[in-house]
Design a protein around this ligand. Structure first.
Ligand SMILES: Cc1cc2nc3c(=O)[nH]c(=O)nc-3n(C[C@H](O)[C@H](O)[C@H](O)COP(=O)(O)OP(=O)(O)OC[C@H]3O[C@@H](n4cnc5c(N)ncnc54)[C@H](O)[C@@H]3O)c2cc1C
Length: 447
């Protein structure tokens, strides 16, 4: 049986290739995005090095809910997401290892008229992209979930959506990338790019310098800081989400389900992953003020879902932005793995909401709980951009709480972009410039 293990600083170091002197592409960060990019670059015969300051999938990529969903996405992401789903379908066979991927559907449950309307509105996008999403009545939901009572007014359901096991999927894909010749090194922070007179020639890592003409930052929650050291303003903030997993229990629904109050997902170890949908907290840091104007529209829409906190993080991050000499220890290696503490009040609330809405899980013990820092952009859409003033430096981040499912598709698209292959997808919506060209922030949120 596959067991979910959250990866953190205490997890053993398992990726320890030797630092090459020169490669074609350096990838910064070994989450689902960095590893997927490296895998597809490896398939195209590129010499690739992935540098990870902590552990492969140590941050968001092993801590997420594991949903692989098209449902609820913004229209601009759906073409890549559909490609991603196609990749997930064949990936385990291609690499010869189970990634926990199962196509068991995704359910958005409505308890209120407002939620029902939001769900229904999204059906137009589903039709536009020829998805198999359909609406279900309260009775149909009750029967799909096999519940004795009717708890939900209605739902939308996409049967082709899936789930996978984040903490095994990413390291296994990383091993497959290694088999293609990709070098991966944990505990190897990239301190800075090596740029002379605007020309990129490689990176400075904590283990030494590596030459490369192309570098991709897939640094997740650290992307803004890394870009900032090179005078690139990448607006990004973090919110903390808390998750729990239950002991193995009788199966009543194989897929992913979320309402305004509770989210649950069947796991391959026989338990369920549980969370409060849309509930998170934000610790105020200097970047909160730096990027506040750009985040105002998002804050206006979601202020009820995010609790603001003022804690040690503020003081810890003062000075992070100061440019450092690459021979000096950087904030990246001082924070090997972002591993915040789960929020106890949220865990309590989850238990209560299970009691009132999902009696099948009311008594299932939580055997593990954790938290993850979700990085988000002001419009909740990714950034996929080459830096204007540093040719060959690409930024792929801001996956904004839904980057796990789209990860393999995004990896393939970015690998094609880097290799200069014809681009089948429209990436214009994901350009970093959208935050700096004076245009208003258009929220990329949907149901
Ligand atoms: C609680 C939670 C629930 C979520 N649920 C879902 C879900 O159900 N479905 C979904 O699709 N998405 C979900 N997400 C979002 C998803 O997990 C992320 O969008 C995705 O994992 C982002 O991947 P990434 O590779 O960009 O970032 P990360 O996984 O954060 O990886 C970035 C890596 O870069 C490394 N790094 C940073 N700076 C440096 C440096 N200078 N040198 C070397 N290494 C560096 C970091 O250590 C880190 O390992 C969820 C996220 C959370 C936290």
């Amino acid at each position: 049986m596959v067991v979910w293990m959250i990866l953190n600083e205490n997890s053993p170091i398992t990726f320890k290739d030797t630092l090459p002197r020169e490669v074609d592409v350096v990838v910064i960060g070994a989450g689902i995005i960095g590893i997927s990019i490296a895998y597809f670059l490896g398939k195209q015969g590129k010499k690739v090095l992935v540098c990870e300051k902590g552990r492969v999938a140590g941050e968001q990529s092993s801590r997420n809910w594991g949903w692989v969903r098209q449902q609820g996405r913004h229209s601009s992401e759906l073409p890549i997401m559909k490609e991603s789903l196609r990749i997930w379908q064949g990936l385990a066979e291609e690499i010869g290892e189970d990634l926990g991927f199962r196509q068991c559907g995704c359910l958005y449950l409505a308890e209120t008229d407002a939620m029902e309307q939001e769900n229904e509105d999204w059906l137009d996008i589903a039709r536009e992209h020829s998805l198999d999403t359909k609406s279900l009545s309260g009775r149909e939901v009750q029967s799909l979930l096999g519940q004795k009572d009717k708890y939900w007014k209605s739902a939308i359901y996409t049967a082709s959506d899936g789930r996978a096991e984040p903490s095994i999927a990413v390291p296994r894909l990383a091993r497959a990338a290694q088999r293609l010749g990709v070098k991966i090194i944990e505990n190897c922070a990239v301190r800075s790019l090596d740029v002379v007179a605007g020309k990129l020639s490689g990176v400075h890592t904590e283990l030494g310098r590596v030459e490369a003409k192309q570098v991709v930052s897939a640094a997740g929650a650290w992307s803004s800081l890394f870009a900032g050291h090179h005078n690139i303003a990448l607006p990004q903030l973090r919110v903390k989400g808390t998750v729990a997993r239950t002991e193995p229990v009788a199966d009543f629904f194989q897929g992913n389900a979320a309402s305004e109050n509770i989210a649950f997902r069947r796991r391959t170890d026989g338990g369920y992953s549980i969370a409060l949908a849309d509930q998170s907290s934000h610790s105020i840091i200097p970047d909160s003020f730096r990027y506040l104007p750009k985040f105002l529209p998002l804050l206006k829409k979601s202020y009820r879902d995010v609790s603001l906190k003022f804690d040690r993080s503020f003081f810890k991050e003062i000075g992070y932005r100061a440019k450092k000499n690459p021979t000096v220890v950087s904030p990246f290696e001082r924070n090997r793995v972002l591993s915040p503490k789960p929020d106890q009040s949220m865990l309590k609330q989850m238990r209560e909401n299970l009691r009132t809405h999902v009696p099948e899980l009311a008594n299932a013990a939580f055997v593990e709980s954790w938290a993850g820092m979700i990085e988000t952009t002001p419009d909740v859409l990714p950034i996929v951009s080459e830096a204007d003033h540093i040719k060959g430096f690409y930024m792929v981040s801001g996956l904004s709480g839904h980057g796990f499912g789209i990860g393999p598709g995004m990896g393939k698209v970015v690998a094609d972009l880097i290799c200069g292959r014809p681009m089948e997808y429209d990436l214009s919506r994901f350009k970093l410039d959208r935050f700096h060209d004076g245009s208003p922030i258009k929220l990329g949120m949907s149901a």
